[in-house]
Design a protein around this ligand. Structure first.
Ligand SMILES: Cc1cc2nc3c(=O)[nH]c(=O)nc-3n(C[C@H](O)[C@H](O)[C@H](O)COP(=O)(O)OP(=O)(O)OC[C@H]3O[C@@H](n4cnc5c(N)ncnc54)[C@H](O)[C@@H]3O)c2cc1C
Length: 477
């Protein structure tokens, strides 16, 4: 089958899935106004694969059909660079605003499928399942998303110590056909608009938590699976008033599993804590690389926005403003450099040589910090401009339009263009959508303290300590 069209993707979402938003059951997610913009954007990403087929797809080794670039098991630097270029096109196309665009989980299944020997070490059938699933995703061009984290409820207790033993998703019983699971996962971004849901490892499980040690995938319309969405941010306000949330609100949901059957052939890790805790370590890192590429696209958007604002309010000549924006440009350069370095790191990891570090450092530390800094610069630059943004309807009202045209214009820019620019900024960094974007970036790769602490535990920390030890020791001698 190979790459799908946007129309095929949209049709695939009309499957009777159980989704609730704003207090009501959404029977057809493609027809629900707050979801429509995101569905259209995702559909256009599928169409883009056909419009730029040479850059965004490769010939499937099994079927010969064109399949999405993000499924390529690249094992040479040239191949990884080709993947990077494809993912860059798609991340730039969505301005880095859709963290769970299909490329991300395509990269995830590709990463996991490179480690079949690890996965099947004790039970080969799980490696066979993963191999078959990778091929299915690649050939059918599924829109896949993931949910990894347990509901927050009481983080001082493990999954088995919660007030209700079925609060965190767990095994209920086995049947001939598969495993019945019950409980919840939080969050599941994009799940209401995806075909398939990956439930997998993230934070390590401890001995005794075998019932909670699962990795599997199921279709989003599986019986007993319910998605409860957070309040949608797209309210059908249109491009002038909500230029971003009207197109890129990818939705987040709580995934509730009410005695859901997971077929054995869709199970990848079952009760095996050792494999569960290790499976994402030493993968090539296609997933992390895609995430950094997506973050880079957003940093470019934020930087360009800062420059636009400075020019529009006549402050682009000021030294401190140039220094602030220059810092953002430098940050983009840094991240772009790390993406380039990522090609070597991914290949080295693919060949089992070294664990990649700079791409993880970019994803876990640098990119979120750069996003925060860019938002701070835009806020500082904007002043009240960020706030004084009347609606399209105000501009259409002849009683006040003249005042708006006069008092809200910018330097060489009409009032409409100036207000539209600031509305873009407010949607991106202020409004519900913007506030969620920042929260997303900060927690994208998990708890930022946890991810930073992993560097503390790395051999590099001891190596740097040794430098000082050597220096002190040398002095004594
Ligand atoms: C917008 C958004 C979208 C998301 N989408 C997805 C998704 O699609 N799929 C998915 O799987 N996940 C998703 N997540 C969840 C994300 O993976 C988690 O937010 C992240 O892993 C942190 O977990 P948590 O939110 O439960 O926070 P917690 O882990 O509960 O952290 C909350 C606070 O507790 C602190 N803390 C942690 N451990 C300790 C400790 N031992 N002692 C004291 N304090 C501690 C943390 O530092 C933090 O400040 C999303 C999150 C957001 C915000």
């Amino acid at each position: 089958m190979g790459i799908r069209t946007g129309a095929e993707f949209v049709e695939s979402l009309r499957d009777g899935r159980t989704v609730y938003a704003g207090g009501e059951r959404i029977r057809d997610v493609t027809a629900y106004t707050p979801f429509r913009g995101a569905v259209e954007t995702l559909a256009s990403l599928y169409d883009l694969q056909h419009e730029r087929r040479d850059e965004l797809s490769f010939s499937s080794p099994s079927s010969g059909a064109p399949v999405a670039a993000s499924f390529l098991m690249a094992d040479s630097v040239e191949q990884v660079r080709w993947r990077i270029a494809a993912e860059q096109i798609r991340a730039d196309y969505t301005y880095g605003l859709m963290g769970r665009m299909p490329d991300f989980c395509n990269a995830l299944v590709t990463d996991v499928a490179t480690g079949l020997a690890d996965l099947g070490r004790r039970e080969p059938r799980f490696a066979d399942n993963m191999k078959a699933y990778y091929l299915e995703c690649r050939e059918r061009d599924w829109c896949l998303t993931h949910t990894l984290v347990d509901p927050q409820v009481d983080r001082s207790r493990g999954p088995s110590e919660q007030p209700d033993p079925f609060l965190v998703l767990r095994t209920v019983r086995e049947t001939d056909r598969g495993v019945i699971v019950r409980g919840a996962k939080m969050l599941a971004t994009l799940a209401p608009l995806s075909n398939e849901l990956w439930v997998g490892p993230f934070l390590p499980r401890r001995p005794g938590e075998e019932d909670y040690t699962l990795c599997f995938v199921i279709p989003c319309d599986t019986a007993g699976l319910t998605f409860i969405c957070r309040e949608p941010y797209s309210s059908g306000r249109g491009d002038f008033d909500r230029p971003l949330s009207s197109h890129y609100d990818e939705q987040d949901s709580l995934a509730v599993f009410d005695d859901v059957l997971v077929p054995w052939e869709r199970m990848f890790i079952y009760r095996d804590i050792e494999i569960f805790n290790r499976i994402l370590i030493n993968r090539p890192g296609y997933t992390q690389l895609q995430a950094v590429i997506r973050g880079l696209a957003k940093l470019k958007l934020l930087t360009g926005l800062a420059l636009h604002i400075a020019e529009t309010i006549g402050r682009a000549d000021a030294l401190h403003v140039q220094a602030q924006i220059g810092e953002l440009v430098a940050n983009v350069e840094l991240v772009a450099g790390l993406v380039r370095a990522g090609a070597d790191e991914v290949v080295a990891a693919r060949l089992g040589r070294v664990a990649h570090r700079s791409i993880s450092a970019a994803l876990w530390v640098l990119v979120p910090q750069c996003q925060l800094r860019a938002v701070q610069v835009i806020r500082e630059l904007s002043g009240s401009g960020l706030i004084m943004t009347p609606t399209q309807k105000d501009f259409e009202n002849p009683e006040i339009a003249g005042y708006l045209q006069k008092y809200l214009r910018g330097k060489g820019v009409s009032a409409v263009d100036r207000v539209q620019l600031f509305k873009l900024a407010w949607d991106l960094i202020g409004e519900q959508f913007g506030a969620r974007q920042l929260q997303y970036e900060w927690f994208y790769a998990g708890d930022p303290y946890y991810t930073r602490q992993r560097f503390f535990q790395s051999p590099a920390a001891a190596e740097y300590k040794e430098i000082v030890t050597r220096l002190l020791h040398g002095r004594k001698e």
